[in-house]
Design a protein around this ligand. Structure first.
Ligand code: DHK
Length: 152
C-alpha cells in the first residue's frame, strides 16, 4: 500500500545498465546501489522509497498516472534520454501536485548540446544535476525540505 510517506523514484531508459554503461560518465554505481542510497536518504527523513525503472516511455507515463492517484509524498525522476525528447512525460508530470525533483547523475549542461534542454524542468519543483549517486540523495533531501516548508 502506498502511503503519504512514500517517495516514488523513477529511472528511465538505460539506467538499468548502470555499472556497465559508459563508466567514464556514469561511474560503476549500479541501479541497486542507487536504490539502497535513496532508501537510506529517505529513512533519515522518516520517509520511504518505492522504485520504478523502465526503458519504455509509455510505461513511465503510466507509472506517473498511477502516482497521481496514489497518496505519495513526492517523486524523484531521472527520465534518462526521455528528459530531452518527451513532451508526453512532461505533460504527465504536470498532473502531479506533490514535490517532484528531476535528477541526473551527470552534469547534462557540460555534455553534448542536445542534453542541455529538458522538457521536464519547467513542470517539476526543481532539478539536481551532476553529483553522481548523490544527485539522488540530494533530490530526496529536496523533497523532504519542500514537504517541511509546505507543512510549516
Ligand atoms: C542519463 C541519461 O540516460 C542521459 O540520456 C541523460 C542522464 C543524462 C544522467 O546523467 O543521469 O542525458
Amino acid at each position: 500500500m502506498v502511503s503519504r510517506k512514500d517517495i516514488l523514484v523513477i529511472n528511465g531508459p538505460n539506467l538499468n545498465m548502470l555499472g556497465k554503461r559508459e563508466p567514464g560518465i556514469y561511474g560503476t554505481t549500479t541501479l541497486a546501489d542507487i536504490e539502497a542510497h535513496c532508501q537510506a536518504a529517505a529513512k533519515a527523513h522518516g520517509l520511504n522509497c518505492r522504485f520504478f525503472q523502465s526503458n519504455n516511455e509509455a510505461a513511465i507515463i503510466d507509472a506517473i498516472h498511477q502516482a497521481s492517484q496514489d497518496n505519495l509524498a513526492g517523486m524523484v525522476i531521472n527520465a534518462g534520454a526521455f528528459t530531452h525528447t518527451s513532451i508526453a512525460i512532461r505533460d504527465a508530470l504536470a498532473i502531479l501536485s506533490v514535490p517532484v525533483v528531476e535528477t541526473h547523475l551527470s552534469n547534462t549542461y557540460a555534455r553534448e548540446e542536445f542534453r542541455h534542454h529538458s522538457y521536464l524542468a519547467g513542470v517539476v519543483t526543481g532539478v539536481i544535476n551532476g553529483f553522481g549517486i548523490h544527485s539522488y540523495s540530494l533530490a530526496i533531501d529536496a523533497v523532504a525540505a519542500t514537504l517541511a516548508k509546505e507543512s510549516s
